[in-house]
Ligand binder design. Structure first.
Ligand SMILES: Nc1ncnc2c1ncn2[C@@H]1O[C@H](COP(=O)(O)OP(=O)(O)O)[C@@H](O)[C@H]1O
Ligand SMILES: [Mg+2]
Length: 273
């Protein structure tokens, strides 16, 4: 996948990760959680990342975005628009994170700050990154609520997270990531905590972000059925390594690795992927 993308559409390349390794110091010694990952994503594409729990999906993208816990460190490079996110200082990296790169964390139920109004949680990010005034930022908040198909109402702006359903909270998380018009959104298990109908509504929003706004999406899930419809390319991870990658069509119709075949056998036959 990587070499094909490079050869055909090199100037569309948005993020290229090379030889990424993630380590943790533990009381049992040094653990290698991510093993020599290479991946790339072009502008306006969706890359699906699938693998069972503990396979290294989250730590791969935490390492790229500087979010590893204190006992972790990484080696390798992650070039975002020519800028290496890994070798850069935290200050330099912060220019991109939350602005050009949005991260949607695994649990929408706990990712929002409970005591802050939704409007404040939306607006603080563009006040910080784009130097907007509170008024300008709230105007932008109403625009992004529209994009995630939530009512542009004053009620919602003044609500607290506990007043919202799980699906609404996840839409708010997506809306927060959109505030500064990102070029890449990394969504970690964005539908795992949601019921099936809400899952498909959220996946439709990611599709719209990609197709209508040209935003690149990295969609992480333990469930290959979830990423199959939205992703252009898929990587399959197991035990910290990529065991298979390729176009979604090829991976789904002609899987090479026995672990990929096992994941595919878990998709119900009536699901048209
Ligand atoms: N702070 C940590 N210290 C030690 N090991 C960790 C730490 N964080 C994650 N790991 C280990 O890294 C591996 C990959 O975890 P993760 O990327 O979170 O998996 P997932 O694919 O479920 O997202 C797991 O074995 C996990 O236990
Ligand atoms: Mg995870």
């Amino acid at each position: 996948m990587q070499s094909t993308q490079k050869n055909i559409k090199n100037n569309d390349l948005l993020l290229e990760v090379n030889n990424l390794n993630v380590f943790f110091n533990t009381t049992d010694g040094l653990i290698k959680a991510v093993n020599n990952i290479n991946l790339s994503i072009n502008k306006g594409e969706c890359l699906g990342v699938v693998g069972e729990s503990g396979s290294g999906k989250t730590q791969t993208f935490f390492s790229i975005t500087g979010l590893l816990s204190n006992n972790g460190y990484c080696k390798g490079s992650a070039i975002f628009k020519g800028f290496d996110l890994i070798s850069s200082s935290k200050k330099e990296r912060m220019k991109y994170l939350g602005k050009s790169i949005g991260f949607i964390f695994q649990d929408p139920m706990t990712s929002l700050t409970p005591h802050m109004k939704i409007g404040d949680q939306l607006s603080e990010i563009s006040i910080f990154h784009d130097n907007l005034t509170k008024k300008e930022s709230l105007k932008r908040a109403l625009e992004v609520l529209d994009i995630v198909k939530l009512p542009k109402s004053r009620n919602l702006i003044t609500s607290y997270p506990h007043e919202l359903s799980g699906g609404m909270k996840q839409r708010i998380m997506i809306a927060i990531s959109l505030m500064c018009s990102p070029e890449l959104i990394i969504a970690d298990e964005p539908t795992t905590a949601l019921d099936v109908t809400t899952q498909s509504e959220i996946l439709n929003i990611f599709n719209d972000l990609k197709n209508q706004l040209g935003i690149s999406i990295i969609l992480i899930s333990h469930n290959i059925g979830v990423i199959a419809e939205t992703s252009d390319n898929i990587i399959v991870m197991k035990d910290g390594s990529i065991v298979e990658n390729g176009s979604t069509y090829n991976v789904l119709t002609n899987p090479q690795d026995k672990y990929t075949k096992l994941l595919l056998s878990c998709i119900p036959p009536w699901l048209d992927v």
